[in-house]
Design a protein around this ligand. Structure first.
Ligand code: AMP
Length: 280
C-alpha cells in the first residue's frame, strides 16, 4: 500500500456509495470549564444510528458479531497475520479505523503483543489517536476484540483537547497529571518507538503493563486506554455512565459525544470533569 491514507479514503468513498458506511452527523463545539477546553459533539440524529443498528441486527439475526464475518465494503486490509483493518461503519469522524482480530477474541481479554504490533503497523502509516474500550463498563459495544484509531488533529485543537497537558508529561514512568482530576496514569512514549516495527509491539505491551500495574488493575477490571505516538494514558472505570450519558475512551482526552442538547445542558450544569471523576 503506497499511500495508506489514500487507500482508506477510496474504500470509504466506495463504502458510502453502496450504503455500507453510515456516518453519524454531529455538531461540534468547544466548551470551556474549569480552565480546560473540551470538544463536545452533539449527534444530529441518533435516531438514524439506532435504526441502522436495528436493521443490522435484523439482517444478521443468526450472527450478531459485525466483525466476523465483517462487511466486505468496510474492509481496508489485513494487518500482519492475526488482524484486519475495517472502517468503522457508524463513524463520527472520517477515517475512523477498527483493528479487529481475524479470529474471535474477547474484548475483555488483555491487549497482547500481537494486538499492539498490529496497531503499531497501522499507526506507522496513519499516525493518530488509538484507543481501547476495555469492557462494557468502559464503553465497548462489541464483544469481539477491536482497537480503534482516529486521525489527529481533532480540530480546532492542535492535537486532542487535553494534549497540551498530556504532552507536558516527561519520562516513561507512570504519572498522574494533576490538572486532570479523573483517576488515571499517563506516561511519555519514547521518540521513534514506531520507527522499529519489529520492536514496537513489545514495547507498547510493556508500557501497557506498567500502567496497569500502577493503577493496580485486576484481570477483569474495566479500563480505557488511549495513545498517540507521544503518550499513553490509562483510566480505570467504575461506571459506564454519568446521569445517563455514556462515555468511552475518547472522553478522557477531552472529546465528548452526547445524544442531544439535553445531555449537553446536563454537562454544562454538572461539569464535565465532575462526570469524568465519577466514572473513573
Ligand atoms: P465500541 O462501541 O467502542 O465497542 O466500538 C465498536 C464500533 O464498531 C462502534 O463504534 C460501531 O460504530 C462499529 N460497528 C458496528 N457495526 C459495525 C460493522 N458492521 N462494521 C464495522 N464497524 C461496526
Amino acid at each position: 500500500m503506497s499511500n495508506f491514507k489514500d487507500h482508506v479514503d477510496s474504500i470509504a468513498r466506495a463504502a458510502i456509495a453502496c450504503g455500507a458506511l453510515q456516518s453519524i452527523p454531529t455538531e461540534a463545539q468547544v466548551l470551556e470549564q474549569g480552565g480546560l477546553k473540551y470538544l463536545v459533539r452533539v449527534l444530529d440524529n441518533l435516531k438514524r444510528k439506532d435504526e441502522a443498528r436495528a436493521r443490522l441486527e435484523r439482517a444478521g439475526s443468526h450472527n450478531t458479531n459485525p466483525f466476523l464475518p465483517y462487511e466486505e465494503a468496510l474492509y481496508v486490509g489485513d494487518v500482519g497475520d492475526y488482524h484486519r483493518c475495517l472502517l468503522n461503519k457508524f463513524n463520527v469522524v472520517k477515517q475512523h479505523l477498527l483493528i479487529v482480530t481475524r479470529e474471535f477474541e474477547a474484548q475483555s481479554d488483555l491487549i497482547n503483543r500481537r494486538d499492539f504490533a498490529a496497531l503499531a503497523e497501522v499507526m506507522a502509516q496513519l499516525p493518530g489517536l488509538a484507543f481501547y474500550n476495555g469492557g462494557e463498563t468502559a464503553g465497548a459495544s462489541q464483544p469481539h476484540k477491536h482497537l480503534q484509531l482516529v486521525p489527529l488533529p481533532m480540530q480546532p485543537f492542535a492535537e486532542t483537547p487535553f494534549s497540551q497537558q498530556l504532552r507536558s508529561i516527561r519520562g516513561d514512568k507512570p504519572q498522574r497529571y494533576e490538572g486532570l482530576a479523573f483517576n488515571h496514569a499517563v506516561l511519555q512514549l519514547p521518540a521513534g518507538l514506531f520507527d522499529d516495527l519489529s520492536m514496537a509491539g513489545n514495547r507498547l505491551l510493556e508500557y501497557y503493563r506498567v500502567l496497569r500495574e500502577a493503577l493496580a488493575l485486576g484481570r477483569d477490571s474495566p479500563y480505557n486506554l488511549l495513545l498517540t505516538p507521544d503518550w499513553m494514558l490509562m483510566v480505570p472505570r467504575t461506571a459506564e455512565m454519568w446521569q445517563g450519558i455514556s462515555f468511552n475512551a475518547l472522553a478522557f482526552c477531552g472529546a465528548i459525544l452526547v445524544r442531544d442538547e439535553e445531555q449537553l445542558t446536563q454537562l454544562r450544569e454538572g461539569g464535565i470533569m465532575q462526570a469524568l471523576v465519577s466514572i473513573s
